[in-house]
Write a protein that binds this ligand. Structure first.
Ligand code: GLU
Length: 490
C-alpha cells in the first residue's frame, strides 16, 4: 500500500490559530495512525501579507504542541518558478489562456454583476481573442494574467468526512493561475506543491471545500493523480458564532501564556470534531463511570484510535469551561518538576521579586502539591497563590472588620511567641498546637484561624491554614504575623 503523506500548510499572515492547530492535529494523528508522514509547508507566496517572524511563531507553536515535520519544512515562495512553469504547461496543453483585462475593467464587470444581483463571473472576453491578437498584445507588452479554462460538466469527489460532494462547473469562474505580476495564486501553488510533495490526503478546514473542485480540475488538466480530501467541521464559540478574538483568545501562543498545558490543549482540540471510542481502561485513561465518554486521552492513545469514521460533519463548539476542566486534569497528573519552570516563568512575567534559591524552589514544589487539585491553569498557582511568593500588602477589609479584635491582637503576640518553639514544623502539629492554645485561652479555634489567614495571605479564603503555614515555613510565618500585628492597630 502507498505510504500516507499529509501536510499542514499555514499561511504566515497571523499567529497559529486554534482552528489551524486543530487541522494540524487531525493531519498529524492520521499520519501517525497510518504510519505515514506528516509534513509542514509554509504558504508564504503573498509577499505583502506573509511575515518571517510569523512563520517562526507558527513553527514554535507547532513544536510546543509536539508536532514536528517528518521532512524538511517546505517554504512555498521558493517554488514560484515551478508554479510558473506549470501555468505555462497548462497554456501549452490548451487548458489555460492569457487574459488581458485590467483591474479597472474587472472591477466594472464586478459592479455590473452586483447591480444585476447576479454572482460575478469573469466574462471570458480574452478567451474569445484570436491567436494573432493575443500574440500582438504580448509583443506589445500588454500585461496579462493566466486563467484556467473551466470545462463544462460537474466535478464530483468523495470527501472522507462529507461523502459524495458535487459542484457544477458552470458555477466556477475561469480562475486566475498567475497574476499579471507573475505571482501564482493559491489554487495553482497548492496543487503544484501537493503534487510535488506526493501528498495522498488533503485534510483541512471546511472553508476550503469550495476550492476543491478548482483544484481537482487542475490535477486532471495536468494528468496528475488526485489526492483524497477530508474537510473538517468549523469551530464555533459558545454562542455558535465564528471564533473571534474579541470573545476568547484564538492563538495557540495565548493559551500557552495563559497557563494551559500543551497536552491538554492538544487533547481538547482533538475533541473538536473527533469522538474517542470508549477505552477499555489504560493508564492514561482509566475507566471512570463519571467520564463515560473518556475525554481525557493521551496523544499516544489518540494516535492509536484515530479514524475518520469518528469525525463529525457538524461544527464543533469551543467550550472554554471544558478546556479548563481538561487542563485541570492534566495539571493533576503532570510531574511537579515539569510545572516548575512554567511557574517560575509566570512569577517573572508578573514581576514578583522572588530569588532563584533552592529554598524557593522547594517552596514552589510545596505550592504545587498544595494547590494542584484547585487550579485550572498553571498561571493560577501564582495568581491565586501570590501570597506564597510575596508578603501581602493589603488585607481583606470585610474579614478584618469581622475577625480582627483587640482581644485577638493580644493573643497573637503570645501565640506567635509559642510558634517559635514548634518542631517539627508540620501541618498536624501546628493544628494540634493551635487547638490546645485556643482551649487554654477559652477561645474557639476559628477566632484564631480567620485572622491568621488574613495575616498570612491577605485574603479571607485560602487552602487550609496549617498547610499554608507549613509551605511558608516558620520564618516567614512568624515574620508575617508579627508584621501584621504591629501594623494593624485595634
Ligand atoms: N494556506 C492555506 C490556509 O492557511 C492552506 C489551505 C490548504 O490546506 O489547502 O488556509
Amino acid at each position: 500500500m502507498k505510504e500516507v503523506r499529509v501536510r499542514f500548510a499555514p499561511s504566515p499572515t497571523g499567529f497559529l490559530h486554534v482552528g489551524g492547530a486543530r487541522t494540524a492535529i487531525f493531519n498529524w494523528l492520521f499520519a501517525k495512525n497510518q504510519k505515514g508522514k506528516f509534513l509542514l509547508r509554509i504558504e508564504d507566496t503573498d509577499p505583502e501579507r506573509s511575515r518571517g517572524e510569523l512563520s517562526e511563531q507558527i513553527l514554535r507553536s507547532m513544536r510546543w504542541l509536539g508536532m514536528d515535520s517528518d521532512e524538511p519544512i517546505v517554504y512555498q515562495a521558493l517554488n514560484i518558478s515551478r508554479h510558473r512553469e506549470i501555468a505555462i504547461e497548462l497554456l501549452n496543453r490548451g487548458k489555460a489562456y492569457y487574459a488581458f483585462e485590467t483591474t479597472e475593467e474587472l472591477e466594472a464587470q464586478r459592479k455590473e454583476a452586483n447591480a444585476a444581483k447576479r454572482p460575478f463571473k469573469y466574462n471570458r472576453a480574452s478567451l474569445k481573442l484570436d491567436k494573432e491578437t493575443v500574440d500582438k498584445y504580448i509583443a506589445e507588452g500588454k500585461p496579462y494574467a493566466i486563467r484556467f479554462k473551466v470545462t463544462d460538466g460537474v466535478t464530483e469527489f468523495e470527501d472522507i468526512v462529507h461523502g459524495t460532494t458535487t459542484f457544477k462547473n458552470s458555477e466556477i469562474d475561469d480562475f486566475v493561475l498567475l497574476r499579471s505580476d507573475g505571482t501564482p495564486v493559491y489554487q495553482l501553488a497548492v496543487v503544484v506543491d501537493d503534487n510535488d510533495m506526493n501528498i495522498t490526503h488533503v485534510i483541512r478546514g471546511d472553508d476550503h471545500l469550495s476550492n476543491t473542485p478548482k483544484q481537482i480540475l487542475l490535477y486532471r488538466a495536468m494528468d496528475w493523480e488526485v489526492p483524497l480530501f477530508a474537510h473538517l467541521p468549523m469551530i464555533l464559540d459558545e454562542e455558535k458564532k465564528k471564533l473571534s478574538k474579541r470573545r476568547n483568545p484564538v492563538s495557540v501562543e495565548e493559551y500557552k501564556q495563559n497557563g494551559y498545558l500543551s497536552e491538554a490543549l492538544f487533547n481538547f482540540l482533538t475533541l473538536l470534531g473527533f469522538a474517542p471510542p470508549l477505552l477499555k481502561g489504560t493508564e492514561s485513561a482509566p475507566v471512570d463511570s463519571s467520564n463515560e465518554k473518556q475525554e481525557i486521552v493521551s496523544m499516544e492513545d489518540l494516535e492509536n484510535m484515530f479514524t475518520f469514521d469518528r469525525v463529525n460533519k457538524k461544527s464543533a463548539v469551543f467550550d472554554m469551561k471544558k478546556l479548563g476542566w481538561i487542563n485541570s486534569e492534566y495539571i493533576k497528573k503532570t510531574e511537579p518538576a515539569v510545572l516548575l519552570p512554567q511557574i517560575k516563568e509566570v512569577i517573572s512575567r508578573l514581576e514578583i521579586q522572588f530569588a532563584e534559591t533552592s529554598e524557593n524552589e522547594n517552596l514552589i514544589f510545596n505550592v504545587i502539591s498544595l494547590m494542584k487539585e484547585r487550579v485550572q491553569t498553571v498561571n493560577e498557582f501564582v495568581t491565586y497563590g501570590k501570597y506564597f511568593f510575596e508578603d501581602p500588602v493589603t488585607y481583606d477589609e470585610k474579614g478584618m472588620l469581622k475577625h480582627w479584635t483587640t482581644e485577638i491582637k493580644e493573643h497573637f503576640v503570645s501565640y506567635t511567641n509559642e510558634l517559635n518553639s514548634i518542631t517539627p514544623w508540620s501541618a498536624d502539629i501546628l493544628e494540634q498546637h493551635l487547638r490546645e492554645y485556643a482551649e487554654k485561652c477559652g477561645l474557639k479555634a476559628g477566632q484564631l484561624v480567620h485572622p491568621l489567614r488574613l495575616a498570612l495571605t491577605g485574603q479571607s479564603v485560602s487552602p487550609g491554614i496549617f498547610e499554608v503555614m507549613m509551605v511558608l515555613g516558620k520564618k516567614t510565618t512568624i515574620k508575617r504575623i508579627s508584621g501584621f500585628t504591629s501594623q494593624n492597630p485595634r
